[in-house]
Write a protein that binds this ligand. Structure first.
Ligand SMILES: Cc1cc2nc3c(=O)[nH]c(=O)nc-3n(C[C@H](O)[C@H](O)[C@H](O)COP(=O)(O)OP(=O)(O)OC[C@H]3O[C@@H](n4cnc5c(N)ncnc54)[C@H](O)[C@@H]3O)c2cc1C
Length: 485
């Protein structure tokens, strides 16, 4: 049974999952904590109480008012929030997102107010301790979980601040952001933002102040994109399950062999296989490789996009439903704009300076294959295969699909659907959902004006409470959805 479903159907102990329980007398109290000795260093950093079971039952055990954050979510999260709301739980906002009928009205202003507002600081003496028998060790035993990822960053608030400061001190960002092997100099802020160790506003303000030029522009626009996609999921929870464009909804057919070889990193396309192995091994890969994997999976292998999106979400250490599923739709032509943008996995090898190192790191079988054949190992002359001792078809697989044939197939299918997809984009609801990042591209804040109108809101409160179960999820790499491995 998938872990989430298990958590959902287990009633006696109480469930932390992604909701926060806070016993507070006013809105600015922070999440409460159990005995921190039983937790990892990361959890000691910001103490939390863990519960297990159905969250609706959990809140019944708490006295006083209960506040939780209102993050963008889908699937089970929507149902959970509705039930908690009915139980009287208060949902706290303060993240700049719009929760009104027409969220586009005043969106940029709301985001600017948020980003330039005064970050919330907390009074740790307000924290009270709740009893709970649930510890990380208990959950590991209960679900027979063992960490299976290496090089996972340390979780927690202190580690988040260090990462932010180190990045700002010596960024190697602009110009390197697409290099697949690059481990240093990138922001690597994803998991900290996702799990609430750092608020987007804090990161934004710090980087505005400490960076300049293209590094500053690139990273701060990405923080805008994050908010943009949070709003998208808040507006329509369907992003996680349904292609935005109805004309592109039923594309893809499940094929066991393709699926198995894709998720094992055995497709015969070195860049794809290296990226899959990096993702599974570390929980991270860069934007370009995420996009290439999505495009390869759903366009060239013609597998249903949701299966791949769930799989990537499962493995990402910064898995964020608002970004992952919208990006998957966007990169797999399910939106209807950029219909024919399909990544060429061979070209990705030729384009990137560090591609050969990256491939050799993750696919030891190709270590001795000369660099010029790494984009298409199956084209290596037999004499060279024998000489370097890498036999394609034995040491490394032949391509799972032939690129040109697969590309023609998907293009034909898209051409057949193009007229309907364009028509669907004329519908108000589809058009609004499909306008992916136009707003953030247009965004040009008036920084001086904004600095004069700083406001206080609850972002740290919000993000701290997200910290609950997830810090240790990301520290220990506990599988969230077990059946997509
Ligand atoms: C198919 C696919 C799935 C993705 N899934 C996720 C996900 O689950 N979680 C996630 O945080 N990012 C996701 N991204 C976006 C991006 O790839 C990662 O944010 C980035 O690679 C993480 O590296 P970093 O922490 O060094 O962030 P940086 O590249 O330094 O960016 C800093 C922060 O900006 C935000 N950001 C960056 N790129 C984007 C983007 N395109 N859209 C929205 N916000 C962005 C993130 O919060 C990120 O942590 C996905 C991209 C693709 C193509």
């Amino acid at each position: 049974m998938p872990l989430l479903q298990k958590l959902r159907t287990t009633t006696p102990k109480l469930c932390p999952s992604s909701f926060s329980t806070q016993h507070s007398t006013n809105k600015t109290d922070l999440p409460v904590t159990a005995d921190s000795d039983s937790y990892t260093n990361a959890l000691r950093d910001i103490p939390v109480t863990l519960y297990h079971g159905n969250p609706v039952n959990a809140v019944k055990h708490l006295s006083g008012d209960v506040y939780t954050i209102h993050t963008a979510t889908g699937r089970y999260g929507v149902e959970r929030n509705e039930k908690l709301h009915q139980e009287g739980v208060n949902f706290v906002q303060g993240d700049g997102l719009r929760r009104v009928e027409n969220t586009r009205d005043g969106w940029s202003d709301a985001i600017q107010d948020y980003l330039y507002g005064e970050p919330y600081t907390h009074d740790s003496s307000a924290i009270t301790i709740l009893d709970s028998d649930v510890s990380i060790e208990w959950i590991e035993d209960e679900y027979d979980i063992e960490p299976d990822k290496k090089r996972v960053p340390t979780g927690g608030r202190q580690a988040a601040l260090k990462q932010l400061h180190d990045f700002a001190d010596s960024p190697e960002y602009w110009g390197y952001v697409s290099e697949p092997t690059r481990e240093h100099g990138l922001s690597k802020l994803g998991p900290y933002l996702r799990f609430g160790c750092l608020s987007i506003r804090e990161a934004f303000q710090y980087l505005q102040e400490h960076l300049d030029g293209q590094d500053k522009n690139a990273i701060t626009s990405r923080l805008h994109w994050n908010l943009h996609y949070q709003q998208k999921l808040l507006d329509w929870a369907g992003w996680m399950d349904k292609a935005v464009n109805p004309a592109l909804r039923d594309m893809g057919t499940f094929d066991q062999e393709k699926w198995d070889r894709f998720k094992e990193g055995e497709t015969g396309y070195p860049m794809v296989d290296a990226a899959v192995r990096q993702l599974k091994g570390t929980g991270w890969c860069n934007f370009r490789n995420r996009a290439m994997l999505a495009s390869f999976h759903s366009n060239l292998l013609e597998l249903p996009w949701t299966i791949g999106a769930n799989w990537m979400y499962y493995h990402l250490i910064d898995a964020d439903p608002a970004i992952n599923y919208t990006q998957w739709q966007s990169q797999t032509s399910r939106v209807g704009t950029n219909l024919y943008r399909i990544y060429n996995p061979r070209k990705q090898v030729r384009d990137r300076d560090e591609a050969a190192d990256f491939i050799r790191e993750w696919i030891p079988a190709l270590q001795e294959l000369p660099e010029k054949y790494l984009d298409q190992p199956e084209k290596t002359p037999v004499a060279i295969q024998n000489k370097c001792g890498v036999i394609i078809g034995e040491d490394y697989p032949m391509p799972l699909v032939e690129y040109e044939a697969a590309l023609s197939r998907v293009k034909r299918e898209l051409e057949q659907r193009e007229a309907d997809a364009k028509e669907a984009l004329q519908q108000d609801a589809v058009r609004e959902r499909a306008s992916l990042s136009a707003r953030s591209r247009q965004y040009e804040p008036d920084i001086e004006a904004l600095k004069k109108t700083r406001t206080t809101s609850l972002d740290s409160y919000t993000t701290y409470s997200l910290y609950l179960f997830k810090t240790f999820l990301y520290n220990r790499c506990i599988p969230i959805v077990r059946d997509v491995k």
